[in-house]
Design a protein around this ligand. Structure first.
Ligand code: ADP
Ligand code: MN
Ligand code: MN
Ligand code: MN
Length: 339
Protein backbone atom coordinates (compact mmCIF):
# COMPACT_ATOMS: atom_id res chain seq x y z
CA UNK A 1 0.00 0.00 0.00
CA UNK A 2 1.08 3.58 -0.63
CA UNK A 3 -0.41 6.91 0.27
CA UNK A 4 -1.48 8.81 -2.83
CA UNK A 5 -2.03 12.55 -2.92
CA UNK A 6 -5.19 13.19 -4.88
CA UNK A 7 -5.44 16.79 -6.07
CA UNK A 8 -9.16 17.29 -6.67
CA UNK A 9 -9.69 20.23 -9.01
CA UNK A 10 -12.91 21.83 -10.26
CA UNK A 11 -14.32 25.00 -11.81
CA UNK A 12 -15.87 27.45 -9.37
CA UNK A 13 -18.97 29.64 -9.75
CA UNK A 14 -17.34 32.96 -10.71
CA UNK A 15 -18.75 34.62 -13.81
CA UNK A 16 -18.14 35.22 -16.61
CA UNK A 17 -14.99 33.13 -16.18
CA UNK A 18 -14.63 30.39 -13.59
CA UNK A 19 -11.46 29.97 -11.55
CA UNK A 20 -9.87 26.59 -11.09
CA UNK A 21 -9.96 25.41 -7.46
CA UNK A 22 -8.14 22.51 -5.90
CA UNK A 23 -7.64 20.66 -2.63
CA UNK A 24 -5.71 17.57 -1.64
CA UNK A 25 -7.02 14.26 -0.36
CA UNK A 26 -4.59 11.62 0.93
CA UNK A 27 -5.73 8.04 0.44
CA UNK A 28 -4.09 4.62 0.45
CA UNK A 29 -4.15 2.36 -2.60
CA UNK A 30 -2.28 -0.80 -3.45
CA UNK A 31 -1.33 0.61 -6.86
CA UNK A 32 -1.83 3.80 -8.88
CA UNK A 33 -5.58 4.49 -8.57
CA UNK A 34 -7.87 4.26 -11.59
CA UNK A 35 -10.68 6.76 -12.14
CA UNK A 36 -13.25 4.30 -10.77
CA UNK A 37 -11.24 3.94 -7.53
CA UNK A 38 -11.52 7.65 -6.77
CA UNK A 39 -14.25 8.57 -4.27
CA UNK A 40 -16.78 11.37 -4.48
CA UNK A 41 -15.69 14.28 -2.30
CA UNK A 42 -17.14 17.61 -1.25
CA UNK A 43 -16.42 21.26 -0.57
CA UNK A 44 -18.02 24.38 0.85
CA UNK A 45 -19.82 25.98 -2.06
CA UNK A 46 -20.47 29.18 -0.14
CA UNK A 47 -16.78 30.05 -0.57
CA UNK A 48 -16.72 29.46 -4.33
CA UNK A 49 -20.00 31.13 -5.38
CA UNK A 50 -21.58 27.69 -5.76
CA UNK A 51 -23.82 27.57 -2.71
CA UNK A 52 -27.51 27.90 -3.22
CA UNK A 53 -29.83 28.64 -0.31
CA UNK A 54 -28.91 27.53 3.19
CA UNK A 55 -27.17 24.31 2.23
CA UNK A 56 -23.61 24.91 1.08
CA UNK A 57 -22.34 21.38 0.47
CA UNK A 58 -21.31 20.64 -3.11
CA UNK A 59 -20.17 17.27 -4.36
CA UNK A 60 -17.04 16.62 -6.42
CA UNK A 61 -17.47 13.80 -8.92
CA UNK A 62 -14.19 12.64 -10.53
CA UNK A 63 -14.44 12.55 -14.34
CA UNK A 64 -10.82 12.16 -15.45
CA UNK A 65 -7.46 11.72 -13.76
CA UNK A 66 -3.82 12.33 -14.60
CA UNK A 67 -0.51 11.45 -12.93
CA UNK A 68 0.70 14.64 -11.22
CA UNK A 69 4.12 15.40 -12.76
CA UNK A 70 5.33 17.40 -9.75
CA UNK A 71 4.11 15.38 -6.78
CA UNK A 72 5.37 11.95 -5.66
CA UNK A 73 2.40 9.56 -5.75
CA UNK A 74 0.31 12.51 -6.90
CA UNK A 75 -2.84 12.34 -9.00
CA UNK A 76 -4.67 15.30 -10.56
CA UNK A 77 -8.38 14.53 -10.41
CA UNK A 78 -10.67 16.66 -12.55
CA UNK A 79 -14.21 16.87 -11.19
CA UNK A 80 -17.70 17.87 -12.13
CA UNK A 81 -19.59 19.77 -9.42
CA UNK A 82 -22.84 18.10 -8.38
CA UNK A 83 -25.63 18.76 -5.92
CA UNK A 84 -25.87 16.28 -3.01
CA UNK A 85 -28.86 14.68 -4.80
CA UNK A 86 -26.60 13.76 -7.72
CA UNK A 87 -27.89 16.32 -10.24
CA UNK A 88 -25.37 18.61 -11.95
CA UNK A 89 -24.76 22.03 -10.42
CA UNK A 90 -25.69 25.01 -12.62
CA UNK A 91 -21.97 25.86 -12.92
CA UNK A 92 -21.23 22.40 -14.32
CA UNK A 93 -21.21 22.94 -18.09
CA UNK A 94 -19.51 19.61 -18.79
CA UNK A 95 -22.50 17.56 -17.61
CA UNK A 96 -24.80 18.76 -20.37
CA UNK A 97 -22.63 19.32 -23.46
CA UNK A 98 -22.87 17.43 -26.71
CA UNK A 99 -20.09 14.91 -27.11
CA UNK A 100 -18.99 12.74 -29.99
CA UNK A 101 -15.77 10.76 -29.83
CA UNK A 102 -15.54 10.92 -33.64
CA UNK A 103 -15.16 14.70 -33.55
CA UNK A 104 -11.60 15.86 -33.00
CA UNK A 105 -10.69 19.23 -31.53
CA UNK A 106 -7.43 21.15 -31.53
CA UNK A 107 -7.44 24.22 -29.28
CA UNK A 108 -4.77 26.91 -29.65
CA UNK A 109 -4.58 28.60 -26.26
CA UNK A 110 -3.08 32.09 -26.33
CA UNK A 111 -2.35 33.94 -23.09
CA UNK A 112 -0.09 36.58 -21.53
CA UNK A 113 2.38 35.96 -18.75
CA UNK A 114 2.01 38.82 -16.27
CA UNK A 115 4.35 40.05 -13.59
CA UNK A 116 3.76 43.05 -11.33
CA UNK A 117 0.54 43.89 -13.15
CA UNK A 118 1.96 44.04 -16.69
CA UNK A 119 3.04 41.62 -19.42
CA UNK A 120 6.33 39.93 -18.66
CA UNK A 121 9.09 42.03 -20.22
CA UNK A 122 7.12 45.30 -20.32
CA UNK A 123 8.91 48.24 -18.68
CA UNK A 124 7.41 49.70 -15.48
CA UNK A 125 6.19 52.69 -17.48
CA UNK A 126 5.35 52.89 -21.17
CA UNK A 127 5.76 50.14 -23.71
CA UNK A 128 8.50 47.95 -25.18
CA UNK A 129 9.37 48.31 -28.90
CA UNK A 130 6.31 47.61 -31.09
CA UNK A 131 5.05 44.23 -32.25
CA UNK A 132 6.95 42.54 -35.03
CA UNK A 133 9.88 40.49 -33.75
CA UNK A 134 8.12 38.79 -30.80
CA UNK A 135 6.08 36.17 -32.70
CA UNK A 136 8.18 32.96 -32.66
CA UNK A 137 11.01 35.21 -31.48
CA UNK A 138 14.33 34.05 -30.13
CA UNK A 139 16.60 36.05 -27.84
CA UNK A 140 16.48 37.81 -24.49
CA UNK A 141 15.35 41.13 -25.99
CA UNK A 142 12.23 39.42 -27.37
CA UNK A 143 11.28 36.76 -24.83
CA UNK A 144 13.18 37.67 -21.66
CA UNK A 145 14.85 35.20 -19.33
CA UNK A 146 12.17 33.04 -17.68
CA UNK A 147 9.29 32.66 -20.15
CA UNK A 148 10.94 29.89 -22.12
CA UNK A 149 11.67 27.92 -18.96
CA UNK A 150 8.00 28.26 -18.01
CA UNK A 151 6.53 27.21 -21.35
CA UNK A 152 8.94 24.30 -21.83
CA UNK A 153 8.38 23.03 -18.28
CA UNK A 154 4.65 23.30 -18.88
CA UNK A 155 5.04 21.17 -22.01
CA UNK A 156 6.96 18.51 -20.07
CA UNK A 157 4.34 18.49 -17.30
CA UNK A 158 1.51 18.09 -19.79
CA UNK A 159 3.22 15.18 -21.55
CA UNK A 160 4.01 13.48 -18.21
CA UNK A 161 0.36 13.89 -17.21
CA UNK A 162 -0.76 12.24 -20.46
CA UNK A 163 -2.15 15.41 -22.01
CA UNK A 164 -1.92 15.82 -25.79
CA UNK A 165 0.04 19.05 -25.77
CA UNK A 166 1.03 19.53 -29.41
CA UNK A 167 3.24 22.57 -29.50
CA UNK A 168 4.27 26.03 -28.37
CA UNK A 169 4.98 29.38 -29.95
CA UNK A 170 5.85 32.84 -28.73
CA UNK A 171 3.00 35.10 -29.88
CA UNK A 172 2.71 38.51 -31.52
CA UNK A 173 2.77 40.65 -28.36
CA UNK A 174 5.66 40.72 -25.93
CA UNK A 175 4.90 38.40 -23.01
CA UNK A 176 2.27 36.53 -25.06
CA UNK A 177 2.48 32.78 -25.75
CA UNK A 178 0.46 29.92 -27.20
CA UNK A 179 0.18 26.20 -26.65
CA UNK A 180 -1.99 23.70 -28.53
CA UNK A 181 -4.02 20.80 -27.14
CA UNK A 182 -5.57 18.08 -29.29
CA UNK A 183 -8.25 15.62 -28.22
CA UNK A 184 -10.87 13.25 -29.64
CA UNK A 185 -14.36 14.12 -28.37
CA UNK A 186 -15.53 17.34 -26.73
CA UNK A 187 -15.10 16.12 -23.18
CA UNK A 188 -11.65 14.60 -23.68
CA UNK A 189 -10.31 17.64 -25.52
CA UNK A 190 -11.85 20.19 -23.15
CA UNK A 191 -10.85 18.24 -20.01
CA UNK A 192 -7.27 18.27 -21.25
CA UNK A 193 -7.40 22.00 -21.94
CA UNK A 194 -8.65 22.77 -18.44
CA UNK A 195 -5.97 20.57 -16.86
CA UNK A 196 -3.30 22.15 -19.10
CA UNK A 197 -4.48 25.60 -17.96
CA UNK A 198 -4.33 24.39 -14.35
CA UNK A 199 -0.78 23.07 -14.75
CA UNK A 200 0.37 26.36 -16.28
CA UNK A 201 -1.22 28.57 -13.62
CA UNK A 202 0.17 26.36 -10.83
CA UNK A 203 3.65 26.21 -12.36
CA UNK A 204 3.80 30.02 -12.60
CA UNK A 205 3.25 30.45 -8.84
CA UNK A 206 6.91 29.95 -8.04
CA UNK A 207 8.00 32.51 -10.63
CA UNK A 208 5.71 35.16 -9.11
CA UNK A 209 4.02 35.20 -12.50
CA UNK A 210 0.30 35.11 -13.27
CA UNK A 211 -1.34 33.86 -16.42
CA UNK A 212 -3.62 36.51 -17.90
CA UNK A 213 -6.20 34.80 -20.08
CA UNK A 214 -8.18 37.96 -20.89
CA UNK A 215 -8.77 38.37 -24.64
CA UNK A 216 -7.54 41.98 -24.76
CA UNK A 217 -5.57 42.66 -21.59
CA UNK A 218 -3.91 45.82 -22.93
CA UNK A 219 -7.19 47.29 -24.14
CA UNK A 220 -8.45 48.40 -27.54
CA UNK A 221 -6.68 51.73 -27.79
CA UNK A 222 -3.16 50.39 -28.27
CA UNK A 223 -1.63 48.36 -31.07
CA UNK A 224 -1.09 45.15 -29.11
CA UNK A 225 -2.68 41.84 -30.10
CA UNK A 226 -5.42 40.13 -28.16
CA UNK A 227 -5.58 36.45 -27.22
CA UNK A 228 -7.72 33.82 -28.85
CA UNK A 229 -8.34 30.14 -28.55
CA UNK A 230 -8.69 29.14 -32.20
CA UNK A 231 -10.73 25.97 -32.24
CA UNK A 232 -9.90 23.46 -34.96
CA UNK A 233 -12.45 20.72 -35.53
CA UNK A 234 -13.20 17.75 -37.76
CA UNK A 235 -15.99 15.22 -37.63
CA UNK A 236 -15.64 11.70 -38.96
CA UNK A 237 -17.78 12.80 -41.93
CA UNK A 238 -15.62 15.86 -42.64
CA UNK A 239 -12.48 13.72 -42.60
CA UNK A 240 -13.75 10.80 -44.67
CA UNK A 241 -16.48 12.18 -46.98
CA UNK A 242 -16.60 15.97 -46.91
CA UNK A 243 -17.00 17.63 -50.32
CA UNK A 244 -17.61 21.17 -51.49
CA UNK A 245 -21.40 20.96 -51.31
CA UNK A 246 -21.38 19.74 -47.72
CA UNK A 247 -18.77 22.36 -46.79
CA UNK A 248 -20.91 25.18 -48.19
CA UNK A 249 -23.97 23.95 -46.29
CA UNK A 250 -21.88 23.74 -43.13
CA UNK A 251 -20.66 27.30 -43.53
CA UNK A 252 -24.22 28.50 -44.15
CA UNK A 253 -25.19 26.93 -40.81
CA UNK A 254 -22.25 28.61 -39.06
CA UNK A 255 -23.40 31.91 -40.56
CA UNK A 256 -27.00 31.32 -39.42
CA UNK A 257 -25.94 30.61 -35.83
CA UNK A 258 -23.14 33.18 -35.61
CA UNK A 259 -24.65 34.95 -32.60
CA UNK A 260 -25.17 31.68 -30.72
CA UNK A 261 -21.50 30.88 -31.31
CA UNK A 262 -20.27 34.29 -30.15
CA UNK A 263 -22.41 33.90 -27.00
CA UNK A 264 -20.18 31.03 -25.79
CA UNK A 265 -16.88 32.10 -27.37
CA UNK A 266 -15.65 33.98 -24.30
CA UNK A 267 -16.36 37.34 -22.62
CA UNK A 268 -15.33 40.76 -23.96
CA UNK A 269 -14.81 39.34 -27.45
CA UNK A 270 -16.00 42.64 -28.98
CA UNK A 271 -12.67 44.06 -27.75
CA UNK A 272 -10.76 41.49 -29.75
CA UNK A 273 -12.91 40.73 -32.83
CA UNK A 274 -12.58 44.14 -34.41
CA UNK A 275 -11.50 43.31 -37.94
CA UNK A 276 -7.92 44.27 -37.01
CA UNK A 277 -5.04 42.12 -35.68
CA UNK A 278 -5.91 39.06 -37.79
CA UNK A 279 -9.57 38.93 -36.74
CA UNK A 280 -13.01 39.32 -38.30
CA UNK A 281 -15.52 41.74 -36.71
CA UNK A 282 -17.72 40.23 -34.03
CA UNK A 283 -20.97 40.80 -35.94
CA UNK A 284 -19.82 39.32 -39.26
CA UNK A 285 -19.27 35.76 -40.39
CA UNK A 286 -17.03 34.78 -43.27
CA UNK A 287 -14.67 32.02 -44.26
CA UNK A 288 -11.63 31.94 -46.46
CA UNK A 289 -8.84 29.71 -47.62
CA UNK A 290 -5.72 30.49 -45.57
CA UNK A 291 -7.43 33.76 -44.53
CA UNK A 292 -6.37 34.78 -41.04
CA UNK A 293 -8.81 37.69 -41.09
CA UNK A 294 -11.77 35.32 -41.50
CA UNK A 295 -14.11 33.89 -38.86
CA UNK A 296 -13.31 30.40 -40.14
CA UNK A 297 -10.01 29.72 -41.84
CA UNK A 298 -10.03 26.89 -44.35
CA UNK A 299 -6.60 25.24 -44.48
CA UNK A 300 -5.06 24.81 -47.97
CA UNK A 301 -4.91 21.07 -47.30
CA UNK A 302 -8.69 20.98 -46.84
CA UNK A 303 -9.37 22.25 -50.36
CA UNK A 304 -6.56 20.20 -51.92
CA UNK A 305 -8.03 17.04 -50.40
CA UNK A 306 -11.46 17.63 -51.95
CA UNK A 307 -12.92 19.70 -49.07
CA UNK A 308 -11.98 17.05 -46.52
CA UNK A 309 -10.24 17.49 -43.19
CA UNK A 310 -10.49 20.09 -40.44
CA UNK A 311 -11.53 23.73 -40.20
CA UNK A 312 -10.32 26.47 -37.87
CA UNK A 313 -12.86 28.64 -36.05
CA UNK A 314 -10.79 31.71 -35.15
CA UNK A 315 -13.45 33.46 -33.07
CA UNK A 316 -13.28 31.69 -29.67
CA UNK A 317 -11.18 33.70 -27.23
CA UNK A 318 -8.59 32.81 -24.66
CA UNK A 319 -11.05 32.90 -21.74
CA UNK A 320 -13.64 30.76 -23.51
CA UNK A 321 -14.82 27.54 -21.92
CA UNK A 322 -13.73 24.69 -24.20
CA UNK A 323 -16.71 22.56 -23.07
CA UNK A 324 -19.19 25.16 -24.33
CA UNK A 325 -17.20 25.97 -27.46
CA UNK A 326 -16.90 22.34 -28.56
CA UNK A 327 -20.55 21.67 -27.79
CA UNK A 328 -21.76 24.68 -29.80
CA UNK A 329 -19.66 23.65 -32.79
CA UNK A 330 -21.19 20.16 -32.64
CA UNK A 331 -24.70 21.57 -32.23
CA UNK A 332 -24.36 23.60 -35.44
CA UNK A 333 -22.75 20.72 -37.32
CA UNK A 334 -25.69 18.51 -36.32
CA UNK A 335 -28.14 20.84 -38.10
CA UNK A 336 -26.53 19.98 -41.42
CA UNK A 337 -27.70 16.70 -42.92
CA UNK A 338 -25.05 14.25 -44.13
CA UNK A 339 -27.76 12.34 -46.04
P1 ADP B 1 -2.09 27.85 -36.70
O1 ADP B 1 -1.33 28.63 -35.68
O2 ADP B 1 -1.45 27.84 -38.04
O3 ADP B 1 -3.53 28.22 -36.77
P2 ADP B 1 -1.54 25.48 -35.00
O4 ADP B 1 -0.47 24.56 -35.45
O5 ADP B 1 -1.23 26.37 -33.85
O6 ADP B 1 -2.07 26.29 -36.28
O7 ADP B 1 -2.82 24.65 -34.58
C1 ADP B 1 -3.42 23.74 -35.42
C2 ADP B 1 -4.32 22.86 -34.58
O8 ADP B 1 -5.11 22.05 -35.44
C3 ADP B 1 -3.60 21.94 -33.63
O9 ADP B 1 -4.14 22.11 -32.34
C4 ADP B 1 -3.95 20.56 -34.16
O10 ADP B 1 -4.08 19.61 -33.14
C5 ADP B 1 -5.27 20.80 -34.81
N1 ADP B 1 -5.65 19.79 -35.80
C6 ADP B 1 -4.88 19.22 -36.75
N2 ADP B 1 -5.58 18.29 -37.44
C7 ADP B 1 -6.83 18.29 -36.91
C8 ADP B 1 -8.03 17.54 -37.20
N3 ADP B 1 -8.08 16.63 -38.16
N4 ADP B 1 -9.12 17.78 -36.43
C9 ADP B 1 -9.09 18.71 -35.46
N5 ADP B 1 -8.00 19.44 -35.16
C10 ADP B 1 -6.88 19.24 -35.86
MN1 MN C 1 -1.43 28.48 -33.61
MN1 MN D 1 -1.75 32.03 -32.33
MN1 MN E 1 -4.72 29.32 -35.40
Amino acid sequence: MAKYKLEYIWLDGYTPVPNIRGKTLVKEFSSFPKLEDLPLWGFDGSSTRQAEGHSSDCVLKPVSSYPDPTVKNGVIVLNEVMHPDGTPHSTNARATIIDDPGTWFGFEQEYFLYSEGRPLGFPAAGFPPPQGPYYTGVGYQFVGDIAREIVNTHLDYCLEAGINHEGINAEVAKGQWEFQIFGKGSKTAADQMWVARYLLVRLCEKYKVDVNFHCKPLGMDVDWNGSGMHSNFSTEYMRSVGGKEYFEKLMAAFDKYKNEHIAVYGPDNHMRLTGLHETQSIDKFNYGVANRGASIRVPHSFVKNGYKGYLEDRRPNSQGDPYKIASRILQTIQTVPTK
